[in-house]
Design a protein around this ligand. Structure first.
Ligand SMILES: Nc1ncnc2c1ncn2[C@@H]1O[C@H](COP(=O)(O)OP(=O)(O)O)[C@@H](O)[C@H]1O
Ligand SMILES: C[C@@](O)(CCOP(=O)(O)O)CC(=O)O
Length: 389
């Protein structure tokens, strides 16, 4: 095979509604961000695989013959990521990575996870064959790691998209043309990858990072993809408190299980909010309403606030998130945590007719409290793949 370059990009996401409840089978609505991860994969004649994951500070390389030898002991699951025995494959991959990279145990968790994720996908997709060419892979991202904006999902989608693209090019196909099934395959591989760090994720993050735009999601059902024809604008506010999704998901589950009937009501409430918010967004997209959009945005704002309060009742808010909300409320904006909570980001809804001075006042106050603020539009494209030789 001649030298090949594959570039893969994937967006981060924010969950608008349904975080935590989605784990219990309720509806969630997520939307892609303008911020993206981007991976460049080059085949080389050097017998090495070099990895440069700048965001997590990984710069490592490994001899190709060691990788090819391990590949010969793996089974291939290219088209069947769901059939891959996850735990077994993960342990085997971890053993390989630990044995191959000196000082692995001294790395930070984010670095360990990223290395393991790479080889997990590589071995699953190329098992049973030899790579027979060196690889030079670099990945960078505009997203903050560990803050709930889908950094790991966009990373995983890039890995999966790149490896599946390479596999397809090696068999004489094209990595660039992606139909729905191709995207589903990328999303399923990315889901497996997400399991490495997030235990049993619902799948909403990898789905949104793959398909982009607005995704309505329910576990076990085909994701509903909505073409967002409106500029939904938010302030993305970083509380600068780091948190782990798995820990927060466990906390919410404990609250629900300790208070079964109440927990069911809270989850049911969140489900209704997600469905109603989706209807409003669909109306806004279709233009199918009388008068201006102000009424619809006011209703959406009410749902955002209710959603936050229900999440807080599951003990997944944080004093920093409440402080962001207090500022937003005092300036007349709706605000909710997004993702797992316990820190990470809050989102503030910015309706189209918002006075700029009001928004600037809120931004100033949030900055003076030490938070980071990004004013952004939502709904960027999903995974993109381009190749050159
Ligand atoms: N840009 C990135 N580059 C390399 N690895 C990443 C990147 N983003 C996330 N990861 C990997 O994914 C893991 C989980 O990421 P995290 O940001 O906690 O998830 P989330 O975005 O869902 O909050 C990290 O520990 C790291 O190993
Ligand atoms: C809490 C949860 O509903 C969302 C987690 O979001 P994030 O990874 O923190 O963005 C978990 C999940 O959906 O898997």
């Amino acid at each position: 095979m001649n030298t090949l370059c594959i570039k893969v990009t994937a967006p981060g996401k924010v969950i608008l509604h349904g975080e935590h409840a989605v784990v219990f089978g309720k509806t969630a609505v997520a939307i892609s961000l303008g911020l993206r991860a981007s991976m460049l994969l080059k085949t080389t004649s050097e017998p090495r695989i070099s990895l440069n994951f700048t965001t997590v500070g990984i710069k490592e390389s490994i001899r190709l013959d060691l990788v090819d030898e391990e590949l010969s002991n793996c089974r291939r699951y290219t088209e069947d990521p769901e059939g891959l025995p996850h735990e077994e494959h993960l342990i085997k991959t971890e053993n390989f990575v630990r044995g191959s990279f000196q000082g692995f145990d001294l790395l930070k968790n984010t670095q360990k996870n990223a290395l393991v994720a790479f080889f997990y996908v590589l071995f699953g997709i190329f098992g049973g064959e030899r790579l027979a060419c060196g690889l030079d892979i670099s990945l960078e991202s505009e997203l903050t790691v560990g803050a709930g904006t889908g950094s790991s999902a966009s990373f995983a989608v890039c890995l999966a998209g790149g490896m599946l693209g390479l596999a397809s090019e090696k068999r004489g196909g094209s990595a660039e043309t992606l139909n729905f099934q191709d995207k589903m395959l990328i999303s399923k591989w990315a889901y497996n990858c997400e399991r490495i760090t997030h235990g049993t994720p619902s799948g909403i993050d990898n789905t949104t990072a793959t398909f982009g735009a607005l995704v309505s999601f329910r576990k076990g059902e085909k994701p509903q993809l909505l073409n967002l024809k409106l500029d939904l604008r938010i302030l993305l506010v970083n509380s600068r408190v780091s948190r782990e999704t798995q820990v927060l998901a466990r906390k919410a589950r404990e609250v629900v299980e300790r208070n079964r009937e109440i927990g069911e009501c809270v989850l049911g409430g969140i489900d209704h909010i997600a469905k109603n918010a989706l209807k409003i967004l669909q109306k806004l997209c279709s233009g199918d309403y009388e008068g201006g959009s102000d009424c619809l945005y006011a209703h959406l704002a009410e749902l955002w606030n209710m959603n936050h309060c229900l999440l807080a009742s599951l003990c997944v808010s944080h004093p920093a998130l409440e402080s962001i909300r207090a500022s937003a409320t005092s300036h007349g904006f709706a605000c909710k945590l997004t993702g797992a909570g316990g820190g990470g980001y809050a989102i503030v809804l910015v309706p189209p007719n918002t006075r700029q001075s009001l928004l600037e006042g809120l931004t100033r106050e949030l900055l003076s409290k030490g938070f980071q603020v990004v004013d952004t539009n939502l709904g960027g494209p999903g995974v993109t793949i381009s190749t050159s030789s």
